[in-house]
Design a protein around this ligand. Sequence first.
Ligand SMILES: [Zn+2]
Length: 163
Amino acid sequence: MSGEPGHYAIRQSPILIIQFKPMKQHEYTRENIGELLRSHGINPTHQRIEIANALFSRQQHLSAEQIMAIVNTRHPETSRATVYNTLNLFVEKKLIREVNVDPNKVFYDPNTCNHHHFYDVETGRLTDIDASRISVSGLPPLPKGTVTEGVDIIIRIRSQAAS
Ligand SMILES: [Zn+2]
C-alpha cells in the first residue's frame, strides 16, 4: 500500500480500503485563545495566552516543565512561578484538566471532555481513551451527602518485550 494519509483507495478487488480520516480539529490562534480564556472568566494576558497556546495548539498532554520550555522559546522571561500559577488558574476555571499519573508527575490536558488515559510507564506518554470505551461497574455506594465529581481511569502500560 502506498496511499498517502487521507487517501481513499478503491480497487477492483473486493477489498475496499478506506483510511481513517483524522477528526477535523478546531484551529487555535492566539486571537481565539484570548476569547477562549475570556469565556472561562480568565483575563487574557500575554503570558496566559502563550501558556494556553502551548497546550491548545498541540492538543497534547504536557507537563508544566514542557509547557515552560515551549513558552520560553518565545518569552524567556516567563518564570516557573508564572507557569505554575497560570496552569492552576486554568484548572480551577475548568479550561484544562489535570491528570496526576503519580504524585511527582502531573500532566495538563486541553481535552476537558469525559475521558480516560493509557499511561506508558516507559515512555511517559499519555494517550486518551474515549469514556464510552470503558464501563465501570460495581462502584460502592457513595458516602452520604456526596455526589460523583468524576471517575478517572489511568491504565498503566509498558512494552511486552520488557516484561
Ligand atoms: Zn487526555
